[in-house]
Design a protein. Structure first.
Lengths: 241, 571
């Protein structure tokens, strides 16, 4: 029996849950079987779905979202490769098309604002454009709540607790949640508008913090060995990846 | 296995999951030459846990949830409904395209398909039933009375618990008897905060650490948990109970066990002259060749719905509606626990608290509704318990609002706020109208598919209101902020549909009267003395607690009885 709409909504919400939740920490083994050979080896790698220009655009956007500081940024962590893998091997055809079209919109906005493609604008112009996009992609909480009847806490609970299973990461889709929730048209339109940037940011955070650089250099994977139920936060000083 | 192996055994065990493993261990240790038949592939302890300890960055999709609309879930449209179905665990689930069923109303049938079955991916929560459960049917006038009571099973709980290794806290509660416990795991600061608040505000309610089949100390040659986190990828140190880690090694050590993977059971052969099962008809999953194996006693441990399908498909002139089904109850009274109703919220004042390590366990709030105390009575019968946890938000929170660049990266470097959530697990009543039958369609091996017709009834729906309301009330009293309730059930849709709890049971129930039950109090078929069914199908009611330890205890008890009956030549 099929109940596609309901499945979709449920899955969309569950996905949102995972991303918003803190308990999705990877809890993999620190250092075990690590293979960083692919990380910076840009000469060997060729995108499978993205064009080389699109891959460069993704890498540039990602680096703006999570830049290199005293730790590596998104580009060094290979987020563009992860995005190419997700778009190729995980997205449905419809989702893939929508994402690629979103990349095109970035260039269209750059053309409108600066008369050239995003990659050819100055870093300052890029930041200005992304600041505008970021500002319009996250509607006020009340709009989101209408679109998404589940709170983030609730969603988090669903996945991390219901089965006591601990790991995993997924990608949210509040736009679809809104569409499936059927209700509020204004909320749906608001969410449609920011879909690409929200998605790009999610993929960047996901790709970055689950990479070796993000999970081992910027943060730390919660180590295995013992369980310490209550340790002073200042003795750790960072979130577990 | 090749074609020249023997076909005569003392015992045949069908299925290799939680109960099949126990049946094999007990029967071989008692001297029986035993054949264990498994429809799925061989899966070797350690060697075949191919995603164990693999860092997220070495998984191409970073351990993505493979939901039905994503690539990678094409052959798993039902399995992909559970959040456990991920890039890292996909290989432990059956392909729905291989094992289809008809879903009259939404019912999610999660199936493991390998040696070890779902023992590799189970939730590991372990709670004893009590006489509140075993006496419930007779007291409520629902379905049929259990033919056993707590005193009958208590020694068998102890017996299996001592082997399994269960960590937990003793509470001395009549509705949730204590077991043979290893040291309990510890609650984190958030959970302790909520525990204190709830226990201060509500007399008779307890918040305890989950009782879990994960070792907190070295136990019988298996190492204590190393807290890596995702048990369901497989555990090389055998720190949680699985067939591979816990029951297969002692069974193999007897030298009396033969394991036959990639072999589907088509049906049981009934000998009307002896009134016994004389053999088991199987189909080779690879070649589709058919064959028959014979034994003096058969243990059916193929999972509730798997076993029921075999019973219904074992037709003969004596049993036109399936073997051991003169009562007509086989396939009926399907139950599952209903969950995904509860509450969550934020915790304040714990900013200098964190935790280290990945505890594969949460907290448990034992049943507090409809106990003997009249003040606990409600407008529905039976009850529910809660499972949950507290945790601090991680980098994922960065996706929920604006911000990017150095500011965002700095912000996400720190742990986020504490949140706490619980979901109820509620008892489901046995109802005749929740049932499975054989479909007129068959799978590629010629075995008729199941047709499943099951939905929640008024008692479950009434209970869900309390599951949400009580959670909100307790959280608010405990000082949790921004408390939000939830109930994912969507009548006729997916969200908290039957089956999703993966505690399906009841379709070949025990009872005192052969006219209204399939099995006696020993899990022995009333109609067929050498046939035992010891998985979830034997259950006459569902309790509200996780059932696996009860299946284990019933299996060990049944094996002991079967062998004593064989010695007396009654079988």
């Amino acid at each position: 029996m099929s109940d596609a709409n309901t499945i979709t909504r449920r899955e969309a919400l569950a996905r949102t849950a995972l991303l918003l939740g803190g308990a999705l920490a990877t809890s993999t083994v620190a250092g075990a079987q690590s293979d960083s050979s692919w990380l910076l080896d840009t000469q060997q790698w060729r995108p499978r779905t993205l064009s080389p220009t699109q891959a460069e655009l993704v890498a540039t956007l990602a680096e703006h979202i999570i830049p290199a500081t005293d730790t590596p940024g998104a580009r060094a962590a290979g987020v563009h490769r992860f995005v190419d893998a997700i778009v190729t091997d995980y997205y449905s055809a419809e989702e893939r098309k929508r994402f690629l079209s979103g990349l095109g919109d970035i260039d269209a906005r750059a053309q409108k604002a600066s008369g050239t493609t995003f990659l050819k604008t100055t870093p300052q112009q890029q930041v200005a454009l992304l600041t505008a996009l970021d500002g319009e992609s996250y509607p006020p909480q009340r709009v989101l709540q209408k679109a998404e009847p589940l709170s983030s806490e609730r969603q988090k609970m669903q996945d991390s607790l219901a089965r006591q299973s601990s790991t995993g990461v997924t990608i949210s889709d509040p736009t679809r949640a809104a569409a499936d929730a059927g209700g509020n048209e204004t909320a749906r339109r608001e969410l449609e508008r920011g879909w690409f940037f929200r998605r790009m940011k999610e993929l960047t955070l996901l790709g970055y913090y689950t990479s070796e650089a993000g999970a081992m250099t910027e943060l730390k994977v919660n180590p295995m060995g013992v369980y310490r139920s209550d340790v002073p936060y200042r003795s750790i000083g960072h979130a577990w990846a | 296995m090749t074609g020249n192996q023997r076909t005569d055994y003392d015992a045949i065990v069908i299925g290799s999951g939680i109960t099949g493993g126990w049946a094999a261990k007990e029967l071989t240790e008692k001297g029986l030459r035993t054949l264990m038949i498994e429809r799925g592939r061989e899966l070797v302890h350690r060697t075949d846990y191919k995603t164990e300890h693999v860092p997220t960055w070495d998984l191409p999709l970073r351990n993505a949830r493979l939901s039905p609309d994503k690539q990678g879930a094409e052959d798993y449209q039902v399995q992909a409904r559970t959040g456990q179905f991920r890039e890292s665990t996909k290989h432990y689930f059956a392909k729905d395209t291989k094992q289809p069923y008809e879903e009259v109303k939404p019912f999610t049938w999660i199936q493991g398909d390998q040696v070890g079955g779902k023992s590799l991916i189970w939730g590991r929560q372990v709670y004893r039933w009590s006489d509140l459960d075993f006496e419930a049917n007779i007291k409520d006038g629902v379905a049929v009375d259990w033919p056993i009571r707590y005193k009958d099973i208590a020694p068998w709980y102890s017996y299996v618990e001592k082997h399994v290794g269960i960590s937990g806290e003793r509470l001395n509660l009549p509705q949730l008897p204590d077991g043979e416990f290893l040291p309990p795991m510890q609650m984190n600061a958030g959970e302790r905060f909520v525990k204190a608040g709830i226990e201060r505000s509500f007399k008779g309610r307890n918040v305890t650490i989950g009782r879990v089949a994960v070792l907190t100390a070295n136990h019988k040659g298996r190492a204590a948990c190393h807290y890596c986190g995702p048990c369901d990828r497989g555990c090389s140190t055998g720190s949680y109970f699985s067939t591979q880690a816990s029951t297969l090694p002692p069974a193999m050590a007897t030298g009396r066990l033969t394991v036959l993977p990639d072999t589907l059971v088509h049906s049981l052969v009934y000998d009307a002259k002896t009134h016994r099962v004389s053999g088991v008809r199987v189909v080779d999953a690879k070649t589709k060749a058919t064959r028959e194996y014979n034994a003096k006693v058969v243990f059916l441990c193929a999972s509730t719905l798997g076993s029921t399908r075999i019973l219904l498909n074992s037709k003969s002139p004596t049993f036109p509606n399936g073997i051991a089904n003169s009562s007509g109850v086989v396939g009926h009274f399907l139950m599952d626990h209903h969950f995904r109703a509860g509450a969550s919220g934020r915790l304040e004042g714990l900013e200098d608290h964190y935790y280290q390590g990945n505890r594969p366990n949460g907290i448990y709030i034992p049943r507090f509704r409809n106990l003997p105390d009249p003040s606990t009575k409600r407008d529905y019968i039976r009850g529910f318990g809660y499972q949950g946890a507290a945790a601090r938000a991680g980098w994922g929170r960065g996706t929920s609002g604006p911000g990017f660049g150095v500011e965002l990266k700095r912000r996400l470097h720190d742990a986020g706020e504490w949140t706490m959530g619980v979901t109820g697990f509620g008892e489901c009543l046995p109802r005749h109208e929740n049932f499975v039958t054989l479909s007129d369609k068959a799978d590629e091996f010629g075995i008729p598919n199941l047709r499943i017709d099951c939905s929640w009834g008024p008692n479950e729906l009434a209970m869900r209101k309390d599951m949400q309301r009580d959670a909100i009330e307790m959280f608010e009293a405990a000082g949790v902020k921004n408390v939000v309730g939830n109930d994912d059930n969507k009548p006729g849709g997916l969200g908290a549909e039957p089956g999703l709890g993966i505690h399906e049971m009841g379709t070949a129930r025990m009872g005192r009267d052969p006219r209204t039950s399939a099995l006696n109090g020993w899990c022995q078929a009333h109609d067929v003395p050498n046939l035992f069914v010891t998985d979830g199908s034997a259950m006459a009611s569902s309790s509200c607690v996780n059932p696996s330890i009860t299946y284990m205890a019933l299996t060990a008890r049944a094996a002991d009885y079967a062998v004593s009956e064989m010695k007396k030549r009654n079988i």
